[in-house]
Design a protein around this ligand. Structure first.
Ligand SMILES: Nc1ncnc2c1ncn2[C@@H]1O[C@H](COP(=O)(O)OP(=O)(O)OP(=O)(O)O)[C@@H](O)[C@H]1O
Length: 239
């Protein structure tokens, strides 16, 4: 297992944002963490990375505790955040080099730039990239340490149809090569294209955990989107 989470809870004051959730991710598997706004996805990821305080029976990334062995775990894990803030005067190549400097090993940068359609943009200021290009850069940066496990938060939000397909294709190739991925997404077509297993959170609690096929059967729905809406409680009104 690349990631093992057993009975993980996150609380903020009186509020339980994540309530005793458990899941595991194998090499070459894509795990989808789903749920409505505020369901607890970001809190889960922050806790799994050891950034947010949590209680748990077990929490291990590549067999190590991200709380006790934060530095070592950091070297083997890639993270793409929802909104990566780049300095104003930073070029694409400077952003990549700064990121590379954080890690002991680094993937082949020209190859990654090619893969993510950013070859030829090395000298451009990051802030002048299009939204979609910046998003692809954030995914590229997450892959720089040649991680065994990568966390992708709202992977293709803001990308056009072609860019989404291209990104999925690249990630599926990396998955075939053994990369494990934890993904959060609000797009069920993306989840269907990529995920081997999903966990749906509702107010911090697990309301479904299994494969997409199992979600369809358990919900008696014909599309994942309908099944998701049923489990996540995203009905016709705000909660
Ligand atoms: N630092 C914090 N202090 C207090 N409450 C917090 C804090 N961070 C998150 N919360 C609350 O915890 C709950 C879970 O938030 P979280 O950000 O994990 O949800 P999410 O599923 O990632 O949502 P989204 O899809 O909107 O990103 C929400 O009710 C949120 O308001």
């Amino acid at each position: 297992m690349v990631l093992k989470v057993e009975n993980l809870s996150v609380t903020y004051g009186q509020k339980t944002a994540v309530d005793r959730i458990s899941f595991q991710v194998k090499p070459g598997h894509v795990f989808g963490l789903l749920g409505a706004n505020g369901a607890g996805k970001s809190s889960t990821i922050a806790a799994v990375l050891g950034i947010e305080k949590s209680t748990h029976d077990e929490l291990g990334i590549v067999g190590k505790s991200p709380v006790r062995n934060r530095k070592e775990v950091f070297q083997q894990v890639g993270v793409q955040f929802q909104e990566t803030n780049f300095q104003d005067k930073l070029t694409v190549s400077e952003a990549c080099r700064q990121w590379q400097a954080l890690y002991r090993k680094s993937a082949d940068l020209p190859a990654l730039l090619q893969t993510f359609g950013l070859a030829g943009k090395e000298k451009q200021l990051v802030k002048l990239l299009s939204g979609g290009e910046r998003q692809r850069l954030a995914v590229l940066l997450a892959l720089i340490p040649e991680p065994k496990l990568v966390f992708l938060d709202e992977l293709t939000t803001g990308l056009d149809t072609k860019a989404r397909r291209m990104l999925w294709k690249q990630l599926l190739t990396m998955k075939e090569n053994g990369l494990a991925i934890v993904l959060t997404s609000h797009y069920m077509d993306e989840v269907e294209a990529l995920c081997d297993e999903i966990l749906i959170l509702r107010e911090g609690q697990t309301v479904f955990h299994g494969t997409i096929q199992e979600a369809l059967i358990a919900s008696e729905k014909t599309t994942l989107e309908d099944a998701y809406l049923l489990f996540a409680g995203e009905g016709e009104h705000w909660e």
